[in-house]
Design a binder for this molecule. Sequence first.
Ligand code: GTP
Ligand code: IMP
Ligand code: MG
Length: 333
Amino acid sequence: MPATILVGGFFGDEGKGKIISYLATHDKPEIVARGGVGPNAGHTVIVKGKRYALRMTPSGFVQEGARILIGAGVLVDPRVLMEEIETLKIRDRVGVDRRCGIIELEHIDADRSDAHLKGTIGSTGTGCGPANVARVSRKGRQAKDVPELQAFLTDVPLEVNTALDAGKGVLIEGTQGFGISLLYGTYPFVTSKDTSASQMAADVGIGPTRVDDVVIVFKSFPTRVGEGPFETQMSEERAAELHIEEYGTVTHRKRRIGAWDGKMARYSAMINGATMVALTGVDKLDPTVKGATERNELSAKVNEFVALVEKDVGVPVKLISTGPELSEIVDLR
Ligand code: GTP
Ligand code: IMP
Ligand code: MG
């Protein structure tokens, strides 16, 4: 802490939800604030066997004492958010910036019927692209105009900066991943916004000088959903041999699986200004380490891989996730 931003270093779905939920529970920040595009994200959080698939709510909601905020940069789908607020029972501690962009039903229809977005790019069909187009065209709607959101409206930058001034911890949750950034990703096969740490800071309204740490999340076997180049992609047969199979949290599409990409990891850590790496899925590399919580429980194979990651990226690996459950992690901080 105090101001920590967490981002995805590959193509999204690196396990940010898992890492955020651990950091929120362990470090107990005053605030967990979400940046990123919108409900195209799907974070999986598993706590004591209970699985949550979150699209709008910050994964840090698992820390019950935390205020949970959605930054002005984020697109809100009021239908998705209201459902999550009721299901997760977070009504009394969730806040939405008055200036968040709004996803209308027409944006979802446009996203799903547009041959370019849905077909060529392989969008998630959640309306994010068309809603950001409306926003940039200055024809969009804002959270403050939506009746059902009135009870949750707030000034996220004011809350976040006030907490930081008081020396409290703030965890800023990025979504998507470096390879699908509008600016730095594999254009045009990208999402409708930048996905780097600087964007996340802007989304929740803090200046670059306030950021203390940037945690970049990499998965041992990167994945990609939707169209677009994926240099280290392996064949489906090879992925099956390694017993790796993943499906999208939002769209349930099969994720393409790749091998570790050190070159991409280094470049992405550079643009994100990463100060530490969180590495997920080492249990896929060596199932014997599944559930490990201590460094001495890691195998030689995993230790060698961690050393390779540190050499490739040039940033220390401080968190090693050994399974999807919140508690399955080795914390070296
Ligand atoms: P976006 O914001 O959509 O990019 O998603 P995300 O980064 O939060 O990741 P998502 O939850 O979509 O996908 C990660 C998947 O890996 C989920 O199914 C997690 O439960 C799982 N996962 C996370 N960490 C680990 C790990 O260390 N080991 C294993 N085996 N699975 C993991
Ligand atoms: P859109 O953001 O729905 O417009 O989708 C554009 C591209 O980004 C598609 O390839 C999607 O699969 C991908 N994408 C968007 N959000 C995520 C995410 O949270 N995880 C992984 N891929 C994503
Ligand atoms: Mg996801």
